[in-house]
Each structure stands twice: as structure tokens, then as C-alpha cells.
Design a protein around this ligand. Structure first.
Ligand code: SF4
Length: 617
């Protein structure tokens, strides 16, 4: 166990990031369990503690009497310097034990720009960065989260990666590790990895070989042993009502990003926005039953003392029993002073009555995501909402007393022209005018947030080129010049960060060298603008003799082998190509749970079904 010197903690900001002992945290005697797991998100405590997937796994794993699961997050730069100066290895928050002493270390990979933190954390832990350099005494390094669906850029550093939902597969993994330990680690580390590769949904990159064509594209990725399947397909929980949920989440001592109860109504989203990776990765829609959600909510209020419940899903307003659920939650929990919040509202399913019921929304303003300014562009991305929908929703909100609206957009979407970009400004002005028309006065506040579109693997847009960073910057200036009203706030994303995110999102295994070099030259916390060092990354590409534009801004043909073709979300390539064609033709595809199945392949391929309780009743 590591002792933390109070003098050291006094010197770092937010020492509570490192001391543990929070309400609902679980400490187990490591001598009394078979398997120890360190669960991590490679970012700072406040971000890591807000991740729902890790909260769920923490509870599921700690429910097992044979397993102890603890947490570790990336120490902030000040703490890292203190730790390195004093030779303190990376430690977990529960037992303050070195991470290197654990059997399994799991990283949730939410965002490509967190990869340098993974290397930094492994290094701080004293664990060799490369899977090939680890021995039997060292932990198994596991990745999870959306980035695993193209794990190639980090393939050399991970022993295995989990595709899809972790509830069931993590238990399978623990069983395999436990059996291996009990067998005296039979057949060594490779033996374990070969066993793990047989578990559905687990990808062991070292058991696959990659070859390239002369032009730098991938020729093939094939297993190098019979234990590894040619295609690894994601795991999916068939019925969310029957699996454990994070009903006793840890209550932190400091403000975290989502400092409230997270009630996950359902997984998946079948609206079919063509840019959205989560929409493909988490298919099909599987709702929890309202009575199960009510029970979970009460349990969470009792176990935490929180007074806010956030209804968290990809598109919470689409929950089929939402009005009744919100009413029941408000009725059941009002005596305890608990409020309910919806993090985002879909324009077309917006109901002012619902928003009024949800008191929290009023305080923070309303958020809508039209995603694109022009109707043409919204049809390309299959957003399925019209300007009229937005006008109706905003008008209803203004009539009910709201005056602050946030609008989210993307720029750089496939086929986008300058006219499409400028339509974003027109929409913002229309919202201001609507307020004046409805209330007779000025004074509405509109925030326009525009991110840079990054084409992601497993989406219909995976073949499209990303805009160059300079092109993004030009479009940002174009829009800035149009948005000159003091009631409009314009926020935009850093184009260079998005460009690198784009290179890694569709990268291949060779990018491991780039990552290593960038980290060696100081890259970490790249998702944080104050620490993002663009030149370090560009130099790392040069030193590796690789071109970031090859990965980010190159158009791919349908024939090209993608570095993630051996990793399946269940959606077929045929479906993605059909959607690509529909996008180019500006044609819409309907929501498969409410209208007609668009034959994406997930339900028949994975043996799952859409679960939509409102429609079944
Ligand atoms: S198979 Fe059909 S119903 Fe199932 S997720 Fe795909 S499109 Fe929707």
C-alpha cells in the first residue's frame, strides 16, 4: 500500500482526486479474492467518475465474492510530477495499491485523443507499454468503449479489447483469468490470451497479422492462430431488465462532470443519423421497463442522497413511456426533493409539457441539436427534422417562458458547401426573431456550438474524406463573420484536434509508432486544449514516415480493406454502403423501431430484438 504524504497532496490542485474513501466505494481484502481488477478511464478523476459504463462494471464485478474491482484515473499533470519525483507508481483509489499488482487493468476508451494518457498511465504504473514485453506476473491490459471498434492504432499496447457491452463479457473474462491463475498460469500469458480470444466479443490483436499494399492501404488482417476468429463480433445484452445496474454509485467529494444520478432508460438509437457511430455500435434499441427504472431510481436516491436524476440515453426523449415515467418519478421522489433532468431534447419529439415537468431544464436553458443548418444537409445526414420542427419547438419554449437556447451543429459534413455553413447563422437569427415575435421584445440568448465533423468507422460516412484543418478554420471564420449579434454566442472546436482525432479514428496498426513517439515527446491530456501539442504529433508522424492526411482527409473506395473490417458491430457493409448512397442522393431512411426495419443486419445477425415497451403495450 502506498502512503500519500499530506505535504505532497497540499501541493496539487484537488487532492480529493487521489484519496478515495468516497461514499459507496468498496474495499476488499485482496487475499480473499481470486481476481483483482483496476478499472480506469484515461482522463482526470472528474471525467472518469462520470462514465456510466465503469460505474456499472464496478458494481457487477464487486458483487462477485471472488473479485475486487477498484478505480484509477489519470493523475493531473501536477500530481504526475510529484509521483515521478518521489517514485510513486500509479495506484488505485480503494486500496492505494500499485496498479501493476492487479490481475486485470481495464481502460475505457471513449475518445481517440485519450490514447496518450493510456501510455502515460502504463508507464507510471511501471507496466511495459507493449503487450509483447509483458510477462506472467504483469496485469492483463484490457480496452473497452467505442474506440475498440477500431482498435488498430492501440493494438500493440493492449492484450485484448472488448467489443460492445461489458456486463456479461467482463464476467466471462474474469472466469478465464481466475481459472488460469488457479491452473498455475498454465501455458503462460499466450495461453491465456488464446483462451480469451475464444470468448465472444473479445479481440486479441497479437493473434492477428496485418499486411499492407504498396500504396499504404491495408491488404489484409488475418488471425495467426486457430484460436482467434476471423471476425470478432460485438457483445450485446439482450434484455437490460435482467442485468445488474449501478444502483449504488460512488458519491464523490468534489464536483465531477455528471454529478447526479444517471438513469439509463435504454440503449441504442435507431434514428439512423449517418454520422453517428454510437447509433450503429449500440443497435438495436432495447428499452428498460418503466417499473424497473422506477425501482432503480428509488434505490439510487436512497443509496446516494443525490437530489437530481438525469435521464441518460442516446436520445432520451425517444423513450416510449417517457411522459408516464417522468410523472411517476416526479410524484414518487418529490418529497425527497429530487428533480429530474433530460440532458438533450430532440426537436421533433420535444414536448413543452414534458420540459415544464422537468424543472431542471428550465434552469439551464434548452439544448437542441439540429446538427446542420440547411435542410439539404440535414437530409444528407438523415437527421429527419425540418426547420418547421425547430421553429415549433423553440416557439413553444419561448411561449412557456424560456429565453435561452443552445444549438449544436457540425461542419465539414459530406457534400457540404459554404451555403450550408451559412445556413447555420440564418437559423440562429431565425430563433432570435421568433423570440421577438412571440414576446414582443428582444433578449433571447442563443448559443451556437459547432464541432468539426470526424468520419468514424462503422458509419455510412466511413468512406468520406474529412475536411483539412485549414478548411475547417476557413469555414469557422466564414460563420463567425455572419454571427455578429451580441445575443448570439458562437463556440467552435479546435480544428487541429479534430484533424488528429480523425487520423486516429480511421488509423491502422502503424499509428502505434506515432502514438509512442508523441507520448515520448510529451503528449498527454490531448483532449484538453491547454495541453494539446499539435507539433509534437505532426513531428511524430514525420518521424514514423507516416502522413496524417492519408488517414484523415483521404476518400476511400468501397473495395478498400478497412483496418476495422475484422471487427463487427453487427451492421453489414452492404447496409452502410446503401446508407452512403442514400446520403449522396439526399434521401431519408426511417427509424427502424417505429417504422420499417432498414435491414442493417444487427437483429438477425446477433439474435437480438428491438425492445420498445410503449409500442408493445
Ligand atoms: S435489423 Fe432492422 S430493426 Fe434491427 S436494428 Fe437493424 S434496422 Fe433496426
Amino acid at each position: 500500500m502506498i502512503t500519500l504524504d499530506p505535504a505532497m497532496l497540499n501541493r496539487v490542485i484537488k487532492p480529493a482526486r487521489y484519496t478515495g474513501n468516497e461514499w459507496n466505494s468498496i474495499k476488499k481484502d485482496h487475499d480473499k479474492v481470486n481476481v483483482t481488477v483496476a478499472l480506469s478511464l484515461p482522463d482526470v478523476y472528474e471525467v472518469g467518475m462520470s462514465n456510466l459504463g465503469l460505474k456499472i462494471l464496478y458494481q457487477i464485478l464487486n458483487n462477485r465474492t471472488d473479485t475486487a474491482a477498484e478505480r484509477v484515473y489519470a493523475p493531473w499533470v501536477d500530481m504526475e510530477s510529484e509521483m515521478r519525483a518521489r517514485n510513486i507508481p500509479l495506484f488505485t483509489l480503494e486500496s492505494l495499491k500499485p496498479v501493476s499488482e492487479f490481475d486485470v487493468v481495464g481502460f475505457s476508451l471513449q475518445y481517440e485523443m485519450s490514447y496518450s494518457n493510456v501510455l502515460n498511465m502504463l508507464d507510471l504504473a511501471g507496466i511495459p507499454l507493449f503487450t509483447a514485453e509483458r510477462n506472467e506476473k504483469m496485469p492483463i491490459i484490457v480496452g473497452g468503449g467505442p474506440c475498440t471498434f477500431n482498435a488498430e492504432p492501440v493494438a500493440d499496447f493492449f492484450d485484448c479489447l472488448i467489443l460492445g457491452e461489458g456486463e456479461e463479457v467482463m464476467e466471462d473474462l474474469i472466469e478465464a483469468v481466475s481459472a488460469w491463475k488457479q491452473s498455475g498460469k498454465a501455458d503462460g500469458r499466450v495461453g491465456l490470451l488464446k483462451k480469451i480470444a475464444k470468448i465472444e466479443g473479445i479481440y486479441v490483436p497479437s493473434l492477428y497479422d496485418v499486411t499492407y499494399h504498396n500504396d499504404g492501404t491495408v491488404a489484409k488482417i488475418v488471425p495467426n492462430c486457430s484460436d482467434a476468429p476471423a471476425i470478432v463480433t460485438k457483445r450485446v445484452v439482450k434484455d437490460l431488465n435482467t442485468v445488474e445496474y449501478a444502483t449504488r454509485p460512488i458519491v464523490p467529494f468534489l464536483d465531477i462532470v455528471h454529478d447526479r444520478i444517471m438513469l439509463e432508460l435504454f440503449r441504442g438509437c435507431t434514428r439512423g443519423c449517418r454520422f453517428c457511430q454510437a447509433g450503429v455500435l449500440y443497435r438495436p434499441v432495447r428499452e428498460r421497463r418503466p417499473e424497473v427504472l422506477l425501482k432503480m431510481a428509488k434505490e439510487m436516491v436512497d443509496s446516494t442522497g443525490y437530489n437530481e436524476i438525469s435521464l441518460t440515453s442516446l436520445s432520451s426523449a425517444d423513450y416510449s413511456c417517457l411522459p408516464d415515467l417522468v410523472q411517476s418519478l416526479v410524484d414518487d421522489l418529490k418529497e425527497q426533493g429530487v428533480s429530474v433532468s433530460l440532458p438533450s431534447l430532440r426537436i421533433d419529439s420535444f414536448s413543452i409539457e414534458l420540459a415544464q415537468k422537468v424543472q431542471q431544464v428550465r434552469k439551464s436553458g434548452l439544448t437542441f441539436a439540429p446538427e446542420a443548418g440547411s435542410q439539404r444537409m440535414r437530409d444528407v445526414i438523415n437527421k429527419g427534422v425540418t426547420e418547421q420542427n425547430l421553429e415549433d419547438a423553440v416557439s413553444a419554449a419561448f411561449q412557456a417562458g424560456w429565453s435561452t437556447v443552445k444549438l449544436y451543429f457540425m461542419m465539414g459534413l459530406p457534400t457540404e458547401t459554404d451555403e450550408d455553413v451559412l445556413e447555420i447563422a440564418n437559423l440562429a437569427y431565425k430563433v432570435l426573431d421568433l423570440y421577438k415575435k412571440i414576446t414582443g421584445r428582444r433578449g433571447a440568448k442563443v448559443t451556437v456550438s459547432v464541432s468539426c465533423f470526424v468520419p468514424k468507422p462503422h458509419t455510412p460516412f466511413q468512406w468520406f474524406p474529412q475536411n483539412h484543418a485549414s478548411e475547417f478554420e476557413r469555414k469557422q471564420q466564414l460563420l463567425k463573420a455572419k454571427l455578429r449579434d451580441r445575443n448570439i454566442t458562437f463556440n467552435w472546436h479546435d480544428a487541429r484536434t479534430s484533424f488528429l482525432e480523425g487520423a486516429f479514428a480511421r488509423g491502422d496498426r502503424r499509428l502505434g509508432q506515432v502514438l509512442l513517439k508523441a507520448w515520448q515527446n510529451g503528449a498527454r491530456f490531448d483532449g484538453w486544449s491547454e495541453y494539446f501539442k499539435y507539433d509534437v504529433w505532426i513531428d511524430a508522424f514525420k518521424a514514423s514516415d507516416l502522413d496524417p492526411y492519408f488517414y484523415a482527409t483521404r476518400e476511400r473506395s468501397f473495395e478498400e480493406v478497412m483496418p476495422w473490417d475484422h471487427l463487427s458491430s453487427g451492421a453489414t457493409k452492404d447496409f452502410l454502403q446503401r446508407e452512403y448512397q442514400q446520403a449522396v442522393q439526399e434521401e431519408l431512411t426511417c427509424d427502424c423501431r417505429r417504422e420499417k426495419c432498414s435491414a442493417c443486419g444487427v437483429c438477425p445477425g446477433l439474435g437480438v430484438e428491438v425492445l420498445d415497451w410503449g409500442n408493445k403495450a
